[in-house]
Design a binder for this molecule. Structure first.
Ligand code: SAM
Length: 239
């Protein structure tokens, strides 16, 4: 079973938006704000590191688990590990219990050392460029209740993730026949606000082939969180 309900949000987004997590050529994924590890479990499963005991059909109805959740976990048992492909790097301030195929880093992603540490973990014999195909960020600071402060901390996170993406997202290969890797994907949680819209227009829209706003149905009603799914990193166009 998954460690967080957030896992169902990621499954829902992947399912509704072209199964971007499931492509064969994906070999490097970064999961920021990953604790307790639900999203990393989903990614590890997509890369074949985890053999899910739950079938796809069960996943589809999972957001409505509610009271049936326990029964299903009992019925289908626990995850088992297999040999997968690629590398997943998961970062959080909080510890993350081990997940097959996932390299965990306990640190503040906003600290100056973070980008280098993630880059090092991404650089493997299978991924010698150390570039990422997908960067996921579910990072959120604790809500203060003060709207201005909450927007500011969300924007700090967005800027820091964008900075990392700018340096580390894979640009589409020049020869698509020999290298199937596409322009990278960024999924970025943010706090809905006019200032966030400005961030999107300045940094995301010009640099990706498409940017979509997503409010997953699995996220709490009335919460101010949303996600941008940014696909097809073009390489930096401005700034
Ligand atoms: N996606 C996760 C899952 O499926 O289990 C849930 C993530 S939770 C909504 C947000 C996480 O962001 C928290 O675990 C929090 O510790 C982390 N976080 C917030 N600010 C951070 C920072 N500056 N560096 C690293 N992690 C951070």
């Amino acid at each position: 079973s998954y460690r967080s309900r957030s896992a169902f949000k990621l499954l829902e987004i992947d399912k509704n938006w072209g199964r971007f997590l499931s492509r064969d050529e994906i070999c490097a994924v970064v999961d920021l704000g990953a604790a307790p590890g639900g999203w990393s479990q989903v990614v590890a499963e997509k890369l074949g590191w985890i053999n899910p005991a739950l079938s796809d059909e069960d996943m589809d109805i999972a957001p409505n688990f509610g009271l049936n959740e326990r029964a299903r976990i009992d019925k289908f048992g626990s995850w088992s590990s297999t040999a997968g492909r690629g590398v997943v790097v998961a970062v959080d301030l909080l510890p993350i219990a081990p997940i097959p195929g996932v390299h965990t880093l306990q640190m503040d992603f906003l600290s100056p050392q973070a980008a280098g540490a993630v880059k090092t973990a991404l650089s493997t014999p299978e991924n010698p460029s150390g570039m990422a195909d997908i960067i996921l960020s579910d990072m959120a600071a604790n809500f203060s209740g003060n709207r201005v402060r909450d927007v500011e901390s969300s924007l700090d996170i967005c800027h820091s993730v964008f900075q990392f993406a700018k340096d580390n997202l894979h640009v589409a290969a020049a020869n698509h026949r020999t290298d199937k890797r596409r322009g990278g994907t960024l999924l970025l949680k943010h706090f809905e606000h006019p200032l966030s819209k400005g961030f999107r227009e300045e940094y995301l829209d010009p640099n990706f082939n498409s940017v979509n706003y997503i409010k997953p149905s699995a996220s709490r009603a009335g919460s101010a969180e949303g996600y941008w799914l940014c696909r097809g990193w073009k390489g930096l166009r401005s700034h």
